[in-house]
Design a binder for this molecule. Structure first.
Ligand code: FUL
Length: 715
């Protein structure tokens, strides 16, 4: 039966005839042994469905993570939280939606239920919801308030409903949980008007009974199709693909036509395994991949990333809201790489978007609007008449390139200064370009200013400012010609970067400003006040071995313009610390690196050959008895995350002989997808001179462990 459904799914390729060309909407299958050239031609004609195209045009969308975690300071709730703790007394969904809209977002996705199982609407399916909370005496409905606000401000609305549920006892009891989940889905898809996106998280673990669920994806998709046929289904869905990281960056070469089989159906797992493809694979759609495939999908990427280190609000991250420079970099690396940005902004305990985030979002929205306000190709004269269609205002017209390589020159309307190129393909006729370059004329010579691989819906490229009146675009390689609908040139302003504050093992603090303004004047304080023009000027490293706070602000233009105030809180530095015991270490990455005050070095246990597995341990002597109330774990910072610890135990001792096991849950939530510094609070204080960190597993279920840095939080 399953095979039959699968066959039907592949064969019912919807193709339509426009320009006497054959197009394949969303999917196509073909003979595996077709010559590559023919397969590539087919790939060029795979196109998005209408709802996929409409979604792609949104470009910027917002995520709102909000639940009991907001009140427990967790990233993954265990499902045992008391509903009473949920009490956002000042909740103002209009403030959320308006702030997000002003930042340029077009759609808002709310975590209606996260892994903890707590429902933000008064569901009939469980008592674990807002109806049992103190908020509005149990009469509130966050989903309703957000949807109403979206209606008011003309924003699209999406729901996140976590399949993984750590609260309900029926989780893992497959048919019973399917029913439970579909009832929740039905409530959300019938009681709140139009829903534009349904987001199914791939994160999946055990329920409260230790059981794992086998989901009936077919039934879930059928239900959505019946209740909200216009909604796109993301991540474990067939319309939108997870880009593969939570860092904010799409691939340099990002295809929307991929061989990765979408969705959660069981057949998909087999097919993807055979092709060795996962959402995280480096390459999903190159000719090399197509060569092995017998099917292709229009399955575009969505880049989900949080404006803060965590997905949920944590007070101690108020000082780590992403800088404007970082958000802009993310924009160019997501929207500018053929993807849709899904930026998370988590409301705080009051139920408001925090002032710092709101301010940053406004700066971000203004920056993007200002950058793209004036297209400098306006009034330009192309060397080929048809190429005018790339610089007109009509987005439905395009320059059709049939012979390759093909160039077109633009004589700009006078000398122009720019540092951004925008390119768009008419993706309703397929994604085709594989290689292009842009040149500019300087003193009678053509010089390449930038080149790239894929374009897709939109490609944005940054480079150092140039001034010229002649530019040339060349499409070098494409799949069956190319259809370019937009060529734009823009100038973006330099951004004054926020300062970075770091401290070494000896407790020496240094402050710097990365990027274009490294020569700016840095003002700083250590007394908790915000630095201004009159504060001390930073000129050299200074000592701060104990607990303390450093605040810094950079000034440029004769002290007229300044960066945001950056705050770094330090605990005791590891100057006197010694690693006194550990089970194993590798030559290049000794255990001592875990307490050297430098996140760039790490302790890594041996990984090749027949190596010892978990548990691994490390014992640190802090040289004096301290009152500690928590500890921190910083995972390795390289893109290879091997050995990153996911489960652990933590012990403290006054003498290094008698140990107390600290009763913590022992899980670094979501560390696989979002490997940020972890802070674990004990809930009480322990006097300790020694601590022992024991690893139980790593994120890939491998035998090894890695630690960039481990520290304590003192009273
Ligand atoms: C992940 C989840 O586990 C995180 O908590 C967050 O919701 C993120 C968007 O997806 O898989």
């Amino acid at each position: 039966m399953k095979h039959l459904i699968y066959l039907l799914f592949l064969i019912t390729v919807v193709s339509c005839n426009t320009d006497n060309e054959k197009y394949y909407v969303q999917k196509v299958s073909f003979d595996k042994n077709l010559p590559l050239a023919e397969k590539v031609k087919i790939a060029a004609h795979v196109v998005p469905s209408q709802k996929q195209y409409d979604w792609q045009e949104l470009e910027m969308t917002a995520f709102v993570h909000f639940t009991v975690n907001t009140f427990t300071d967790m990233e993954w709730g265990h499902g045992d939280e008391l509903p009473e703790i949920f009490n956002p007394v000042d909740l103002d969904a209009e403030q959320w939606v308006k702030t997000l809209k002003d930042a340029g977002m077009k759609l808002v996705i709310l975590t209606c239920k996260h892994h903890d199982g707590f429902c933000l609407w008064p569901t009939k399916t469980t008592k674990h919801s807002v109806a049992s909370s103190s908020w509005k005496n149990g009469k509130g409905d966050v989903v309703r308030e957000v949807k109403d606000a979206c209606e008011k401000y003309g924003m699209k609305f999406g729901i996140y409903l976590s399949p993984w549920d750590r609260n309900t006892v029926c989780y893992g009891d497959s048919p019973a949980y399917d029913k439970y989940f579909m009832e929740q889905l039905t409530e959300l898809l019938t009681n709140y008007g139009k829903v534009d996106e349904v987001w199914f998280d791939g994160a999946n673990g055990e329920g409260p009974n230790g059981k794992k669920q086998i989901y009936n994806w077919d039934a879930y998709y059928d239900l959505i199709n019946k209740l909200q046929p216009e909604a796109v289904v993301a991540i474990v869905g067939e319309d939108i693909r997870w880009v593969g990281t939570e860092s904010g960056y799409a691939r340099e070469t990002e295809w929307s036509v991929v061989a990765l089989h979408p969705g959660g159906r069981s057949e998909k797992t087999e097919i993807n395994k055979e092709l060795k493809l996962r959402a995280t694979s480096k390459d999903l759609g190159s000719r090399k991949v197509i060569e092995k495939a017998d099917h292709l999908f229009w399955y575009p990427a969505e880049v989900d990333v949080s404006i803060r280190p965590g997905w949920f609000y944590h007070k101690n991250q108020d000082t780590h809201v992403k800088s404007l420079e970082k958000l802009v970099d993310i924009y160019f690396s997501s929207v500018g790489r053929n993807s849709v940005l899904l930026l998370n902004v988590p409301p705080d305990k009051r139920g408001l978007i925090h002032e710092t985030d709101a301010k940053r979002l406004k700066e971000f929205g203004d920056y993007i609007r200002n950058t793209f306000r004036t297209d400098l190709t306006k009034g330009a004269k192309p060397s080929e008449r048809a190429a005018r269609k790339m610089i007109d205002v009509d987005k439905d017209t395009y320059w059709h390139v049939k012979e390759l390589p093909s160039s077109v020159e633009f004589r700009l309307d006078g000398k122009k200064r720019f540092n951004v190129v925008m390119l768009q393909e008419e993706i309703r006729k397929g994604q085709r370009v594989e290689k292009f370059k842009v040149e500019a004329m300087f003193d009678g010579q053509w010089k390449e200013i930038i080149s790239g691989t894929t374009i897709g819906y939109k490609r944005l490229l940054r480079f150092d400012r140039v001034t010229t009146d002649r530019v040339r675009l060349t499409i070098l390689v494409a799949r069956d010609g190319a259809l370019i609908s937009r060529f734009g040139l823009f100038e973006r302003a330099d951004i004054l970067n926020d300062p970075t504050i770091t401290r070494n093992k000896q407790g020496e603090v240094s402050i710097g400003v990365p990027g274009a303004h490294s020569e700016s004047v840095i003002k700083y304080t250590t007394d908790g006040t915000d630095p201004d023009r009159n504060s001390a000027t930073y000129s050299q490293v200074f000592k701060m071995p104990g607990k303390g706070v450093v605040k810094a602000r950079a000034y440029v233009n004769d002290m007229k313009d300044s960066s945001a105030v950056i705050v770094e809180k330090f605990d005791i530095c590891p100057e006197k610390w010694k690693v006194v015991a550990f089970d194993t270490e590798s030559e290049a990455y000794p255990a001592a690196n875990a307490v050297d005050g430098d996140v760039r070095s790490m302790w890594h246990t041996p990984w090749s050959g027949d190596v010892k597995g978990h548990p691994h341990y490390i014992v640190v002597d802090m040289g004096e008895v301290l009152k500690i109330k928590g500890f921190t774990y910083t995972p390795r910072i390289s893109s290879n995350k091997g050995g990153t610890v996911s489960r652990y135990r933590f012990y403290v001792s006054k003498d290094g002989r008698n140990w107390i096991k600290v009763p913590v849950k022992g899980e670094f939530s979501n560390i696989k997808n979002n490997p940020i510094k972890q802070e674990v609070m004990f809930g009480r204080t322990y006097p300790a001179r020694y601590f022992k960190f024991v690893t139980l597993s790593d994120i890939n279920n491998e035998k090894w462990a890695s630690v960039a840095e481990i520290g304590v939080i003192t009273e």
